[in-house]
Design a protein around this ligand. Structure first.
Ligand code: DGL
Length: 266
């Protein structure tokens, strides 16, 4: 039994979709969440900047006695996981391998699509990992940079002409390639699950990378004891706006205090 909290971080709010899954799958675990709301987005930045920010995020989480780190951010997972894992003496779990492992389990046709931020797709990490595991796969990728701001503006419902138009614009080529599995490689995309599923059709299985990482953490870590864990939230910008939008990602209100921290000085 290990009652130390799990540290979870993201460039902002989106990582709360992974916290939600951790709460469901491992209710006894305590969590320290850090959202870098003052510097979001990461997905448009250079690898050097993403690594620098991610190191500072990890340093903040490590100011607590945590047992592991879950990188909820798709962009950090693709660009900085190896660097962060090499620098840490506790497990560091990113979203890429858990998502790829799930995609490998579910694909029947061997045609797999991956969507994410520009930074994630530019990294080429998903193709490399999938093709190393199974060279005969066909992997099709697409950056979807407008999804994050649209989700944060609440444009997530089926029937919303704006999101449906952008979904069609981004996903028509992947649909045309006949993928049967689509990795949602960004924190925000699970909120678009129903719009994406309806566009891609019933034969396409959607893989939520953040949820896959939460499930992987469950399989890897020494669990906490019984009872309900406590989650503490920290952000680098206004806590009130984080709290306001958080319910969209967490599917419940945050009742705990949200504290603002000065991240860049760490
Ligand atoms: N959290 C980021 C990701 O999953 C999306 C938002 C951003 O670009 O920072 O890649």
């Amino acid at each position: 039994m290990d009652n130390r909290p799990i540290g979870v971080f993201d460039s902002g709010l989106g990582g709360l979709t992974t916290v939600r899954r951790l709460h469901e799958a491992m209710p006894a675990e305590s969590i320290i969440y850090f959202g870098d709301t003052g510097r979001v987005p990461y997905g448009t930045r250079s690898p050097e900047t993403i690594i620098r920010y991610a190191r500072q995020d990890v340093a903040f989480l490590r100011s607590f006695d945590i047992k592991a780190i879950v990188i909820a951010c798709g962009t950090v997972s693709t660009v900085a996981l190896d660097t962060l894992a090499a620098e840490c003496d506790i497990p560091v779990i990113g979203v890429v391998w858990p998502a790829c492992a799930q995609a490998l389990r579910v694909t029947r046709s061997g045609r797999v699509g991956v969507i994410g931020t520009s930074g994630s797709i530019r990294s080429g990490v998903y193709e490399r990992m999938l093709l190393t595991a199974r060279p005969e796969l066909r992997v099709f990728t697409r950056a979807c940079p407008l999804f994050v701001p649209l989700v944060e503006n609440g444009r997530v419902q089926r029937g919303d002409v704006v999101i449906e138009t952008i979904v069609r614009e981004y996903l028509s080529a992947l649909k045309g390639e006949g993928v049967d599995t689509l990795i949602l490689g960004c924190t925000h995309y699970p909120l678009l699950r129903s719009v994406i599923a309806s566009y891609m059709g019933p034969d396409v299985t959607l893989v939520d990378a953040g949820a896959a990482a939460a499930d992987a953490a469950r399989g890897m870590l020494v669990p906490a004891g019984r009872g309900r864990g406590r989650t503490r939230y920290f952000v680098s910008d206004d806590p009130a706006s984080f709290r306001q939008l958080a319910a969209l990602f967490l599917d419940e209100e945050i009742t705990e205090p949200v504290e603002q921290v000065e991240i860049a000085s760490l």
